[in-house]
Design a protein around this ligand. Structure first.
Ligand SMILES: [Zn+2]
Length: 410
């Protein structure tokens, strides 16, 4: 069995350690060009299980039930390795200063998963650095220099992953352009930035491709990458029409980091540097994050349908070829405003609500007549939710949007 890593200890300062992070990410990128061997993956798996059995209450006491998102939501403090960290510290940090390390050690994330049930996740520095190195390796495997100027599109909110990845790059390399300040600002920002690489939500990239085809957007990226939501055939066709480029998809999850990536030959490869996926007889997939010790994700029930192909790929990558079926799709919502209609991405609402305490889940859709139907669960006061949503819509220049808000106490 591999030697367990030393216990994590929280530092006393939360100083910005960006320069050190950038150097470490680059070092990982250079020394992890190829896939780990099966023995290395097995050893990583044993190491994280051994670590958890020593340092994490849930695993020290023997987890006898299915480990999933609901367990993390209900028993967060039992799922982390730092006994001095309370869930209220994590919530407070995420709400007030999410882009900094909590106690100098942890990155805090909140994810809505597939069904909008919000859960907190904790990464240690190594896990976060590995996430960013995995992303840059994907670029390089698709023929893009890891030094290329990258525009991250979709969200500029520091609580979300994209903006934080940009911070792990050297000064000036990464630009984040969100929809929180309005869709027109996103287009104008890209026209000014003229990025080498476009990377972001598939739903936003698809919308930007349409903007390029109408002439409002005028950029010429050498690489187009999507993540977070599923790129559909329509997304791929529009990207090809708009920029004459193939689109490469990155499959990520807050739980497992970079799970899989699409190569230049159009195949999907499992990222065995960071993730192991096992199948149970009932066809449930179990995810293990091979890197994160702050909150070990071990044999976690994960809503992904993946088939191991077992064949090699013409791209030469040693990472296993897999097929991934399904996946979450999202779309920009067209809603009615004072100016007629406006485009709203769900991330604008997520950003507005992430700044509030007491929101446990949220779901939204646009009706046929352009009204926004929003359902929020949690103990947040309905008036506060209403103000936050109105502020978010105003900031996005969606004036006079018709909102039907339902708040449910849970
Ligand atoms: Zn390949």
């Amino acid at each position: 069995m591999a030697k367990p890593a030393a216990p994590l200890t929280a530092g006393l300062c939360s100083a910005d350690r960006t320069a050190e992070d950038i150097a470490t990410v680059r070092s990982l990128l250079e020394c992890q060009a190829d896939a780990p061997s099966a023995d290395e993956v097995r050893a990583s798996m044993e190491a994280v299980i051994h670590y958890a059995s020593q340092h994490v209450p849930l695993w020290r006491n023997g987890c006898t039930f299915q480990f999933d998102r609901e367990v993390i939501r209900a028993r967060f403090e039992e799922t982390i390795s730092d006994p001095d960290l309370a869930v209220r510290d994590v919530v407070s940090h995420f709400t007030t200063e999410p882009s900094r390390y909590l106690r100098g050690v942890y990155q805090v994330f909140r994810s809505g998963g597939r069904f909008g049930d919000l859960a907190y996740f904790l990464y240690d520095r190594s896990a976060w650095q590995q996430f960013c190195a995995d992303f840059l390796r994907h670029l390089r495997q698709c023929g893009i220099s890891p030094d290329a100027a990258i525009a991250f599109v979709g969200t500029s909110d520091k609580r979300h992953t994209l903006a934080r990845v940009a911070k792990m790059l050297p000064e000036g390399q990464g630009t984040t352009l969100g929809l929180q300040d309005g869709s027109l600002e996103l287009v104008e920002g890209l026209n000014l930035a003229k990025p080498d690489v476009l990377c972001g939500f598939a739903s936003v990239v698809e919308w930007l491709a349409k903007e390029q085809l109408t002439g409002r957007l005028s950029i010429n990226p050498r690489g187009v990458f999507t993540n977070t939501d599923k790129a559909t055939k329509r997304t791929r066709r529009l990207v090809q029409e708009a920029w004459g480029r193939s689109l490469y998809e990155l499959v990520t999850s807050t739980e497992g980091g970079v799970l899989a990536f699409e190569c230049a030959s159009g195949k999907m490869h499992l990222n065995t540097r960071s993730a192991c996926i096992e199948s149970r007889p009932d066809s449930t997939r179990l995810l293990t994050n091979l890197v994160n010790r702050a909150q070990p994700i071990i044999r976690y029930a994960f809503p992904i349908t993946m088939t191991l192909e077992g064949s090699s790929c013409s791209c030469g990558s040693g990472f296993p070829v897999v097929q991934i079926h399904g996946g979450r799709t999202r779309a920009m919502l067209q809603i009615r405003t004072d100016n007629g209609v406006g485009w709203l991405h769900p991330i604008v609402l997520r950003s507005a609500l992430d700044g509030l305490f007491g929101v446990d889940a949220c779901a939204f859709e646009a009706t046929k007549d352009g009204a926004l139907m929003l359902t929020v669960e949690g103990h947040a006061a309905p008036d506060d939710v209403n103000v936050a949503v109105r502020d978010g819509l105003q900031r996005a220049k969606l004036y006079g949007a018709h909102v039907k808000l339902t708040c449910r106490k849970v």
